[in-house]
Design a protein around this ligand. Structure first.
Ligand SMILES: CC(C)(COP(=O)(O)OP(=O)(O)OC[C@H]1O[C@@H](n2cnc3c(N)ncnc32)[C@H](O)[C@@H]1OP(=O)(O)O)[C@@H](O)C(=O)NCCC(=O)NCCS
Length: 186
């Protein structure tokens, strides 16, 4: 991530870069092999597709875009892989988005919100971003709830070339709209 910050921590979670190592790739590929997880993020990926995305969209993206990326999220206690959080460019666009995808076993514990809040705090305070966006499938109620809890504002619907013709719910957040939680990072 940013030169001075390559790890984010919250009370329960730790975020770090994915590494060019088999164990990290297996974590990533496992997420996209699960239909329940993948259906809201472009669909199930074969191992070959996951390997290509891992190389292009994760490992090489870090070098090209210091301070931004798709990062791996772990429980601090015990170190279990939880999923991913991201602050990166919407594919094929110049706009920056926040996002998250968690292993099915990690849903329903507030993890998506907890680390997304730390990522947005990092984006606004450390990187000085003037705005953060998010895009969500229209039927993804859980993700929209997370975005609302972060203070994001729904601005309508739009389609993106890279994600096909279907319109997606479009969210924005300015620094003064961000609902920063108290005491959930250290
Ligand atoms: C979306 C996702 C990240 C949420 O993770 P999570 O850790 O369970 O989220 P949180 O616990 O922080 O918050 C979820 C909130 O949505 C609520 N919720 C859950 N299912 C819901 C639904 N179908 N409709 C509306 N709200 C819902 C929860 O009650 C919770 O709100 P609360 O804190 O007020 O109780 C997770 O379900 C996931 O990884 N889904 C698959 C991938 C994905 O959709 N990624 C986002 C792409 S935009």
């Amino acid at each position: 991530m940013h030169e001075a910050v390559d790890i984010l921590q919250t009370p329960r979670l730790l975020l770090r870069r994915f590494r060019d190592e088999p164990a990290d790739f297996e974590h990533y590929a496992g997420l996209y092999a699960d239909p329940d997880v993948a259906r809201h993020v472009g669909g199930v990926q074969s191992r070959e597709q996951a390997a290509q995305t891992y190389d292009e969209r994760i490992l090489r993206y870090y070098d090209a875009n210091p301070g931004l990326g798709i990062w791996a999220t772990f429980e601090r206690e015990g170190g279990a892989f939880v999923g991913l959080h991201l602050l990166n460019h919407i594919r094929g666009d110049t706009l920056l988005q926040v996002g998250y995808s968690l292993r099915r076993a990690a849903w329903g514990r507030g993890y998506a919100t907890e680390m997304a809040r730390a990522v947005m705090r990092y984006g606004f305070r450390t990187l000085g971003l003037p705005i953060v966006h998010a895009i969500v499938n229209l039927d993804n109620g859980a993700s929209m709830k997370v975005l609302h809890k972060l203070g994001m504002r729904r601005e309508g619907e739009r389609a993106f070339a890279a994600y096909g013709p279907r319109p997606l719910a479009w969210f924005e957040c300015l620094p003064n709209e961000f609902r920063d939680g108290d005491g959930d990072s250290d």
